[in-house]
Design a protein around this ligand. Structure first.
Ligand SMILES: C[S@@+](CC[C@H](N)C(=O)[O-])C[C@H]1O[C@@H](n2cnc3c(N)ncnc32)[C@H](O)[C@@H]1O
Length: 255
């Protein structure tokens, strides 16, 4: 019988396995990310459960959370009413949980809604939220294709890390990503901007006064993708991640 060569893990993967797995996993031939092998992923200062229905949260997304934390803190300082935060495409729940966890002392002033089109992702996100924050956390999970089930509510902050990889690039990704992470979490259509544009086209109906939108982007996206919105008077600011790639957008509508 021909034996498959055992997989060689990088130092980062070995550290992950040492922390979260029993020894036999080290002998696997699977090409899956170690987070799917152990069912655990680290994000911010906590550990989430993950499975192959959700994207493994990425380090860049921690930077997105940090900029939203700043905006929420500023709004909380000047707002007397409850601040409402919507996340579209919550996946494992990483972003919403990271925000709510850091803001535990302010829960009475906050309401979070976390939406995803995938019921399996939502089930996992809800479980993560209950495990990490308990059942009193002000977080509601909603199955929704973008904003279709979010009508009749308005939000002060919308955050979305939607699929943004251009379809043609999916086949070129590392096999750990393209063969194991859900296509529904990766494929952003022709230019990677299709879902983001659909979100922005419909967002005004659910935005409260002075609302802000925070997005994670593909590195190929630029102000050109946002031209239809800046022409309408929206303010658009792009920023880079720590690796120097264009990665985030912050938008607000004209007052
Ligand atoms: C890139 S993943 C981000 C997951 C998580 N927010 C994170 O940052 O790790 C994108 C998520 O958007 C969800 N999604 C894809 N299409 C969607 C749609 N039309 N409406 C809502 N969610 C969608 C996917 O199921 C996936 O969970």
């Amino acid at each position: 019988m021909i034996q498959q060569p055992q997989r060689i893990f990088s130092p980062r993967e070995q550290t992950h396995l040492a922390r979260f797995s029993a020894d036999p996993l080290q002998k696997t031939t699977s090409t899956a990310p170690v987070e799917y092998l152990t069912g655990k992923a680290e994000f911010y200062d906590f550990v989430l459960d993950v499975n192959d229905s959700v994207l493994i949260p990425r380090i860049e997304t921690e930077e997105l959370v940090a900029s939203i934390m700043k905006a929420i803190s500023e709004k909380l300082a000047s707002n007397s009413v409850k601040l409402r935060v919507l996340e579209v495409g919550t996946g494992s729940g990483a972003i919403t949980i990271a925000l709510a966890k850091q803001l535990e002392a302010k829960w009475s002033q906050l309401q979070f809604v976390a939406a995803d089109i995938s019921q399996s992702a939502l089930t996992l996100a809800q479980k993560n939220c209950e495990q990490l924050l308990g059942t009193a956390a002000p977080v509601t999970f909603v199955k929704s294709n973008l904003l279709t089930n979010i009508q009749s509510q308005t939000f002060d902050i919308i955050v979305a890390n939607l699929p943004y990889i251009p379809s043609s690039r999916i086949a070129t990704l590392d096999e750990g990503v393209k063969d194991h992470e859900p296509l529904l979490a990766l494929d952003g259509g022709l230019d990677g901007f299709a879902l983001i544009a659909r979100l922005l086209d419909t967002a005004p109906a659910v935005l409260a006064e002075n609302a802000q939108i925070f997005l994670e982007l593909d590195h190929t996206h630029s102000l050109k993708n946002f031209e239809p919105y800046s022409k309408l008077g929206w303010q658009v600011a792009l920023s880079r991640d720590q690796a120097g790639h264009t990665r985030f957008a912050q938008l607000s509508l004209p007052v």
